[in-house]
Design a protein around this ligand. Structure first.
Ligand code: NAP
Length: 324
């Protein structure tokens, strides 16, 4: 037996209850992972509240984790008992032990810390595909990122700087502005106190941005389109303030032949080769010091509800990690 946090119906943070869970034997192609640490992400909130499709029966949130392999099933040749691994899957990680398909696991190289990476698999791979595939950032590009002091935001700023981009961030309040400024952003706008559209116009001399990475959604998307230069790329990859409604293709024409995409990480790591390639890029940048992983907060796994409440109330910065 091992424990985990189970939600029986969609609801608030209190919908997650601690329960004893049987530990199944790994079947063919599967491994049993003893979790070391689990990252907290907004996607966990979207599943818990029912915004994202509820799986059949009960739901265990949690989309990124690290740990050690305890047992391997038949036919697994790539991994052995004792290997350090990490993974990203849509939900299911808020538990002490878990059986995972071996093809979803990424081996952790020496020098990659098991705890820090648990909060940077989903967030780091997201930053990776955003800057390489959603819009391929070029040296000299000016790019806008909302929620720059958040979990994804702190990694994205460092990555953009390494690519030679001029990254402008937005963040809510002076403390978050100061933190984002230490993570690659050339300018950070306090969008609670200032009109970010006017500030971007001022900072770019009216030229606008090549791309906007917007994970805030409802509150920001209209302004984000206004921050783009002609033929710029609007990337909406989340909705921490609520879903975007009333968006029309005509908005893209009116903004100056803009493009828009609404990507989801899992479509960029569905093939094992791509998962390993993107992970290798992330690990290389952590190991060479380009990306620093600051753990902003840790909590015992059993306190996930409090971590969710903080995330939803905009009280967090960077990455919160649950320890097993
Ligand atoms: N599509 C994908 O592949 C993908 C993958 C990973 C993450 N995401 C998305 O990326 C975003 C960031 O995820 P994260 O886990 O790193 O979260 P996070 O950015 O650490 O936290 C969310 C932040 O959004 C900002 N925010 C603005 N309005 C908000 C509101 N009304 N309620 C709550 N927060 C608000 C807050 O920062 P300020 O106080 O500075 O405004 C808050 O700290 C989420 O929207 C997530 O869904 C998408």
């Amino acid at each position: 037996m091992a424990g985990g946090l189970v939600a029986r119906v969609p609801g608030g943070p209190e919908a997650m209850e601690w329960a004893d869970l049987p530990t199944p034997e790994p079947g063919p192609g599967e491994v049993l992972v003893a979790h070391k640490a689990i990252g907290v992400n907004f996607i966990d909130v979207y599943f818990r509240t029912g915004l994202y499709a509820w799986p059949e029966g009960t739901m265990i949130p949690g989309a990124e984790a690290s740990g050690t392999i305890e047992a391997v099933g038949a036919g697994v040749t790539e991994f052995r008992r004792g290997d350090r691994v990490a993974y990203v899957m849509p939900h299911g990680a808020y538990r002490e032990r878990r059986v995972v398909p071996a093809e979803r696991l990424v081996p952790l190289p020496d020098g990659i810390d098991s705890v820090a990476i648990a909060g940077a698999m989903l967030k780091g791979l997201t930053a990776q595909y955003l800057v390489t595939s959603s819009y391929a950032v070029q040296p000299g590009d000016t790019v806008l990122v909302h929620a720059a002091a958040g979990g994804v935001g702190l990694i994205l700023g460092q990555w953009l700087k390494a690519l030679g981009a001029h990254a402008i961030g937005t963040a809510g309040g002076p403390k978050k502005v100061a933190l984002a400024s230490k993570h690659g952003y050339a300018h950070v706008i306090d969008y609670k106190a200032q009109d970010f559209v006017a500030e971007v116009e001022r900072l770019t001399g009216g030229k606008g941005c090549a791309a906007v990475y917007d994970s805030v959604g409802a509150d920001t998307w209209r302004g984000s389109l206004k921050c783009l230069k002609r033929r710029g790329m609007f990337v909406n990859f989340g909705q921490s303030s609520g879903l975007i409604r009333d968006f029309s293709l005509a908005d893209l024409a009116a903004g100056g032949s803009l493009s828009a995409n609404r990507p989801v990480l899992f479509d960029y790591i569905a093939e094992r080769g791509e998962l390993l390639e993107r992970s290798a890029d992330l690990f290389a940048r952590i190991l060479d010091g380009t990306i620093r992983l600051d753990i902003a907060a840790t909590r015992p796994l059993r306190e996930a509800a409090a971590a969710h409440a903080d995330l939803e109330a905009r009280r967090t910065v960077g990455s919160t990690i649950l320890l097993v």
